[in-house]
Structures are given as structure tokens and as C-alpha cells.
Design a protein around this ligand. Structure first.
Ligand code: F6P
Length: 327
């Protein structure tokens, strides 16, 4: 392997996601394996600016593969958006001789790193760490599988009480502008309707679907609603349904940040492990300024630039499936 890089730093940034620790562990151990010095930067870009950087070794990442959150912590940094902030960050890295960066985060993290790469020529690779599964060019982001399983577990519990009381529940799940968690937790949780940001869901159509269920002897129903949809917040949707169909006993549950925590599934641990090792080896092989992901079970390098111009679309088949099963 043509190895010109001797020191790499890893950090996590943006919203945490289950599996980030498995990614940190993989980066650290792959560096040790390839005789590269490895550093951890605490609190993402803010820690880079404040020089909150420590040297890591294989044992620093023992006993973390099963833990949710991120041992390196995460933060959003307004200062990194300024040229002065980025200059300070670069000085701190340069003073330690750090020659490569591996970030674990979502699209905000990538945008910052892309700028940094261009300004200072710092070789960098990003691992997709976000529960939203909203990154183009790859099949899954680290944390999405765990978050969706957590949502399904919560939906199953709500189903028990909904059934006992013949109630209609609106359950909000996370995803920022992406409906991935909603569509798949909705299908797996047996939702009668799924409201996602990618699609318009007129209230009258939603009520018509609910009424068909009621006429077919459905005693309770669950509607999964992605946050930030075109049809408004979960409260607005529930209010509109209440006004037009007062015969339903309606409750709203927002799952919120519980979807971000917890022990990562085997899938997220393996994905993060695979991508962490591939990121280190990619840097050593000369890959620069790219995201790394898995598509059709192949490791792929994806240009940062497509994050701004492309979406990770929900496939038509999932939408069709959800509709068929809502009867
Ligand atoms: O990007 C992950 C995510 O959990 C989104 O699903 C959600 O919209 C957002 O972060 C919440 O951000 P915060 O933790 O800053 O409230």
C-alpha cells in the first residue's frame, strides 16, 4: 500500500447515531494495524478549533462496539463556519502533524469537511453516520437500522394500548427531510397510513383510508408520520383529522430522540466496522474528499458534491407495498 500518511484523526459530528462507536473503533484499529498514529477529536469541529484532541490506541476503543452514542461526543459548531475558525482548526491539526481526517456524520458534516479539504488540501474521508438514511450514492447510513428497529419496537407497544381502547394513534418518527424511518417502521409496524416528506398526503385521502379500515371492522389504527412533512406537523395532521372525523378517539405520540440512542444492531455494527477500515485504507490508497458507503454490497466512494444535488429516494416498491397492506 503506497503509504504517505502517518497520522490520522477521527471525529464524530452532527446528530449522534448508534454505530458511531463501532466506526471509531474500526478506524482506530485499522490505523494501528497499518502502523498509523491515530488521534480522536472530541466534539467534532468545535473540538478541532479548541484543540480537544487526544492520541488513541487499540485499547482506547475496547468495549465500545456495543454502545450507543459516541465516545468522542458530538457538537454543532458555528465557529467552524467562519474562515478564522477553520484556520484555527487547521493550525491545531498541523501542530500535531495530522495528515488525514476521517469524519463520521451526516450531510452537514460533509459540507464542512469538503470546504476544509478545499481550503487546506487536507486528505479527508467521511463515513455516513446518521439515523436519517438520507445520503445519496449508498444503500444505508450507520444508525438507520437501529433507529428503525427502535421505532418499530415503540410502534408495537403503542399498538397494544391502541387496540385496548379502540383508538387512532398518530406516531411521529424522525428523519429530518427523509421518510426512510417512517416508511419502513410503518410497514414493519403495520401502520394503516404512512405520511412521508417525499409525498403529498391530502387529509381527505388519509381520512378515506381510515374510514375504509373502520368499515372493514378495524377497531384501532396507527398512522406513522415523518417529521417535517408537506402535510404539516403530526399535531396539525391529528387536529385536522379530529375536526373532519370527530368519531375517532385520537392520540399523538412523538418518539423523538429515543430513536437516536441504544445499542446498535448487528447490521449497524458490521456496516460501521466495514466502512471504518475501508476509510483508513482509502486514505492510504490516495482517496480524497469523498464519502464512503456500501451499495449493492460493494464498498463505494461517493463524491461529496452529489450530497447537494441528489437525494436518496424512497423506492416506488416500498410506497406501493405500504398502500396494498393498509387495506
Ligand atoms: O439528523 C438526525 C436527526 O435526529 C433528525 O432525524 C432530526 O430531525 C434531527 O437530527 C434532530 O436534531 P437535534 O438533535 O439537534 O434536535
Amino acid at each position: 500500500m503506497g503509504n504517505k500518511i502517518n497520522k490520522i484523526a477521527v471525529f464524530t459530528s452532527g446528530g449522534d447515531a448508534p454505530g458511531m462507536n463501532a466506526g471509531i473503533r474500526a478506524v482506530v484499529r485499522a490505523c494501528v494495524y497499518h502502523n498509523i498514529e491515530v488521534y480522536g477529536i472530541y466534539r467534532g469541529y468545535q473540538g478541532m478549533i479548541e484543540n480537544d484532541i487526544v492520541k488513541l490506541n487499540a485499547r482506547s476503543v475496547s468495549n465500545i462496539i456495543q454502545r450507543g452514542g459516541t465516545i468522542l461526543k458530538s457538537a454543532r459548531s458555528d465557529e467552524f463556519r467562519t474562515p478564522e475558525g477553520r484556520k484555527k482548526a487547521h493550525e491545531n491539526l498541523a501542530s500535531r502533524g495530522i495528515q488525514g481526517l476521517i469524519a463520521i456524520g451526516g450531510n452537514g458534516t460533509f459540507t464542512g469537511l469538503h470546504l476544509f479539504c478545499q481550503e487546506f488540501g487536507m486528505p479527508s474521508i467521511c463515513l455516513p453516520g446518521t439515523i436519517d438514511n438520507d445520503l445519496p450514492g449508498m444503500d444505508y447510513t450507520i444508525g438507520y437500522d437501529t433507529a428503525t428497529n427502535t421505532a418499530v419496537e415503540a410502534i408495537d407497544k403503542i399498538r397494544d394500548t391502541a387496540l385496548s381502547h379502540n383508538r387512532l394513534f398518530f406516531i411521529e418518527v424522525m428523519g429530518r427531510h427523509s421518510g426512510y424511518i417512517a416508511i419502513n417502521s410503518g410497514i414493519a409496524g403495520g401502520a394503516v397510513s404512512i405520511v412521508i416528506p417525499e409525498e403529498d398526503t391530502p387529509i381527505d385521502d388519509l381520512i378515506a383510508t381510515l374510514d375504509v379500515g373502520a368499515e372493514n371492522n378495524k377497531k384501532s389504527s396507527l398512522v406513522v408520520v415523518a417529521e417535517r412533512g408537506k402535510s404539516g406537523s403530526v399535531w396539525e395532521i391529528a387536529d385536522q383529522v379530529k375536526k373532519k372525523a370527530p368519531y375517532y378517539d385520537i392520540k399523538v405520540t412523538i418518539l423523538g430522540h429515543l430513536q437516536r440512542g441504544g445499542s446498535p444492531t448487528y447490521f449497524d455494527r458490521v456496516l460501521a466496522s466495514r466502512l471504518g477500515v475501508a476509510a483508513v485504507e482509502g486514505l492510504l490508497e490516495g482517496k480524497r474528499d469523498v464519502m464512503i458507503g456500501v451499495k449493492d454490497n460493494q464498498t463505494v466512494y461517493v463524491d461529496f458534491k452529489i450530497v447537494d444535488s441528489q437525494r436518496h429516494e424512497i423506492d416506488e416498491e416500498s410506497l406501493r407495498l405500504a398502500k396494498i397492506l393498509s387495506i
